[in-house]
Design a protein around this ligand. Structure first.
Ligand code: HMG
Ligand code: MG
Length: 298
């Protein structure tokens, strides 16, 4: 059955912008985060404490995390792949972080420069330190419906990594279709395998829309009871270590779908769509939200 309410995790300021080749000013990022909060997004992934050599676009993570104007009821989170990243994020007063692993060995090496097993070893002290600091940790699993280097990924492998992250203390596991190759039946089967190891209420769907399947895949997993969806305003984004991967499913499109299903999100679609129009103009990108484009033309 469909959930009554869905929580959106807006990843536009992080996943959406991390791959942009031209430098985007910190002021623009801060305005984006503020507008998203004003539109009713209650969880915004704002930055990434990764190496600036690996991902130059996220180099201003400190300025973003300390510069953003916190709104009541909104969680502002950041990626922290290791202790170094976590310590820096803690200095900036972060209240929630995320570690990111993968269900593919090759992707893990390209993305975070270590094997899957090594990544889990690295995350353990991050979770321990975060617990001490009273900071919640989310866990990502990438390549849950396919890998750019290995192709098909077994649902059992996804379930294994998801379980490891959950056992370690991640309060939520976000399942990433990094390259957007999934289709609804595959998404359902993968989810079934994971849900045998991690409670459904702890799972989130993080679908990229490279092949135009993200909304269909979301519909499939919502029907199974997933109630947390990651999305990016205007469909911004792509992963720097997944060539050709396009943006996340557009937040506007997700909200429109959920509104139509009578599922509550607490988000003001018009304000969100206006934010999508604004940011795409500000960074000179096409708006990849169909709903955003349609509403802007009205
Ligand atoms: P490494 O090179 O293996 O680490 O990088 P290292 O410990 O050997 O350090 C090497 C250098 O990086 C050193 O600097 C460290 O200080 C520095 P140097 O001495 O050479 O000047 N360093 C750091 N700097 C800043 N912040 C840090 C940090 N750690 C080390 N936290 C590391 C390992 C993970 C850091 C590196 O591989 C990296 O930064 N990778 C970037 C990965 C990334 O951001 N990918 C995109 C996000 S994941 C994603 O998009 C998928 C997702 O959306 C879900 C989905 O769609 O599937 C989440
Ligand atoms: Mg992603």
């Amino acid at each position: 059955a469909f959930p009554k309410r869905v929580r959106l995790v807006e990843v536009g300021p992080r996943d959406g912008l991390q791959n942009e080749p031209e430098a985007i000013g910190t002021e623009t990022k801060l305005e984006l985060i503020d507008r998203l909060g004003a539109a009713g997004l209650a969880h915004i992934e704002a930055a990434s404490f990764v190496s600036p050599k690996w991902v130059p676009q996220m180099a201003d993570h400190r300025e973003v995390m300390t510069g953003l104007e916190r709104r009541e009821g909104v969680v502002y989170s950041a990626l922290t792949p290791n202790l170094k990243g976590l310590e820096a994020a803690l200095e900036c007063g972060v209240e929630e972080v995320a570690v990111f692993g993968a269900a593919s060995e090759s992707f893990s090496r390209k993305n975070i420069n270590c094997s899957v097993a090594e990544s889990l070893e690295r995350f353990a002290p991050v979770l321990e330190r975060a617990r001490e600091a009273n900071v919640r940790v989310r866990g990502y699993v990438s390549c849950v419906l396919g890998c750019p280097y290995e192709g098909e990924i077994a649902p059992a492998k996804v379930a294994e990594v998801a379980k490891a992250l959950h056992d370690m203390g991640c309060y939520e596991i976000s399942l990433g279709d990094t390259i957007g190759t999934g289709t609804p039946l595959k998404a359902k089967r993968m989810l079934e395998a994971v849900a045998r190891e991690v409670p459904m209420a702890r799972l989130a769907a993080h679908f990229h829309d490279t092949y135009g399947q993200a909304l269909a895949n979301l519909y499939a997993v919502l029907e199974e009871g997933v109630a947390v969806v990651d999305s990016s305003v205007a469909g911004l984004g792509g992963c720097p270590y997944a060539k050709g991967a396009s943006g996340n499913v557009a937040s506007e499109d997700v909200v429109y779908l959920l509104d139509g299903l009578g599922i509550d999100t607490g988000i003001d679609l018009d304000k969100l769509a206006a934010t999508g129009s604004w940011i795409t103009q500000a960074i000179g990108r096409p708006n990849r939200s169909k709903v955003g484009v349609a509403l802007a033309a009205k």
